[in-house]
Design a binder for this molecule. Structure first.
Ligand code: V47
Length: 435
């Protein structure tokens, strides 16, 4: 279990940690930060300067805009072949509380989402032992038919690998993954959520989610999605058995993969690709620099490249309740703020940073908007993976409250679709707005 060093009893908060000065200079110049810089950011006794630097970068990238969406999460089953020790969601089929929704149930949920004005359904579930592959393509087709305006963001990487296995396209092989994703895309899949990445480290894997795919396979699934032109999100589930170094390695692996995803876009936009030997990659694309570095546009837009990319990073704080790891305390507010800030600074090539209000609370998400985040997710409605005490599975907020939270934090709320295109709305009906 990692403990983040904090201000000790007899020490007043320092005005500014001198170790942060060279990092500040690199951020001012729009230069990439190193693993060692990350260690300093994670351990500095001056988290507020770290947060201020992340805010500077966030404002360069997104100005005063803060994004939200109108969405609905659907969990088609909690029955799962795996039993990850951090997870309180999974059940075995004969266990109390196990459920599996039929395609009819899912269709009804999708139509309810449309009636409520949603632009997106976010669909994930356990690794169901008996559903055939057709169940998943039928699910996409049913939703596309009954709710054609909904964007379908669905299936974490481990679910995709499970589908490659049950459809006998090979175990973890890249071609099998590519072929499953192609079929799902054809049936209506629009993007992949970021879940299931946890921490890309074999030691952490074996201790907290043995049996699940390892980091290299998670990255392969997202690489395959990008190759097919699908955008995806990424997560890091932190605050359980991992060390600070392992969190940073996770970030750098995501950053390296994103360099490759964005390389063709950057070349087309005339953005200089820097050689960065410490990263073992030749195509470093930094999106967080001063505005003068991006005369042709800072962030990738749809249609500018045939590749997809990681559009959003979603830091997930470990919530111990009811899991096998519930003896661990889980991270607290200041650590969560710092993680948002550090990830904004280190993941310089991922355009958006989401403070998922369900896991952080809407109150904390407000602070996170001031410390690196530019998005707080959406109305959600139903969330079963983690629960806040007393709230049960129905975890919903209104557009009014999302906008109030954003305004109170000093930002301008803007509704988006899944792919970060601005939405304009008249009640339940909506259309894509002019950017
Ligand atoms: O895959 C499971 C994690 C993920 C716990 O892409 C836990 O826009 C904390 O990925 N404590 C699901 N985390 C959530 C997720 C997500 C949420 C919102 C938006 C997006 C997006 C993605 O939650 C799981 C797993 O990594 N998780 N158990 C837990 N006890």
């Amino acid at each position: 279990m990692t403990t983040i060093p904090s201000i000790t009893d007899n020490q007043l908060p320092v005005a500014e940690d001198p170790q942060l000065a060279p990092i500040r200079a690199r951020i001012e110049a729009g230069e990439r930060l190193s693993f060692e810089d990350g260690l300093v950011l994670m351990q500095s006794p001056d988290p507020w300067t770290v947060c201020r630097m992340a805010d500077q970068v966030r404002r360069r990238m997104h100005g005063s805009t803060a994004w939200y969406n109108v969405n609905k999460h659907i969990n088609y089953t909690n029955i799962c072949a795996l039993s990850c020790s951090f997870c309180a969601f999974h059940r075995k089929r004969d266990q109390d509380g196990a459920y599996e929704h039929s395609l009819d149930d899912i269709r009804r949920e999708a139509m309810n989402a449309v009636e409520a004005g949603a632009t997106e359904v976010h669909i994930v579930g356990g690794l169901h032992p008996w559903h055939p592959f057709d169940f998943y393509t039928d699910m996409m087709q049913e939703i596309r038919t009954c709710a054609p305006t909904l964007h379908i963001k669905a299936f974490t990487a481990v679910e995709i690998v499970h589908l490659a296995r049950i459809s006998k396209r090979g175990r973890d092989g890249y071609d099998g993954i590519l072929s499953v994703l192609r079929d799902l895309k054809e049936a209506g899949l629009g993007s992949l959520p970021g879940g299931g990445a946890e921490v890309f480290d074999d030691r952490v894997h074996d201790e907290a989610f043995k049996g699940k795919i390892r980091g290299d396979v998670w990255l392969d699934v997202h690489r395959a999605a990008h190759e097919l032109g699908l955008n995806t999100n990424a997560t890091m589930l932190y605050g359980h058995v991992e060390k600070i170094e392992e969190r940073l390695s996770h970030m750098l692996l995501l950053r390296r993969q994103q360099d490759h995803a964005l390389a063709s876009w950057a070349t087309a936009k005339g953005i200089e690709l820097k050689q960065d030997p410490s990263e073992l990659t030749s195509d470093a694309v930094v999106l967080t620099g001063p505005s003068s570095s991006y005369p042709n546009g800072r962030l990738p837009q749809l249609g500018e490249t045939s590749m997809g990319w990681f559009q959003t990073i979603v830091p997930l704080p470990f919530i111990p309740d009811d899991s096998e790891l519930q003896h661990l305390p889980g991270p607290m507010g200041l650590e969560n703020l710092r993680m948002i800030a550090v990830m904004r600074l280190m993941l310089d090539n991922i355009p958006h940073m989401k403070a998922f209000w369900i896991m952080h609370t809407l109150d904390m998400a407000q602070f996170m908007l001031q410390n690196g985040a530019d998005d707080i997710d959406g109305t959600v409605v139903w969330y079963d993976i983690t629960k806040v005490e007393g709230s049960g599975t129905h975890q919903e907020t209104t557009v009014k409250d999302l906008c109030r939270a954003i305004r109170e934090a000093g930002f301008v709320p803007r509704e988006r679709d899944t792919l970060y295109r601005p939405v304009s709305r008249d009640g339940q009906s909506w259309k894509l707005a002019e950017a």
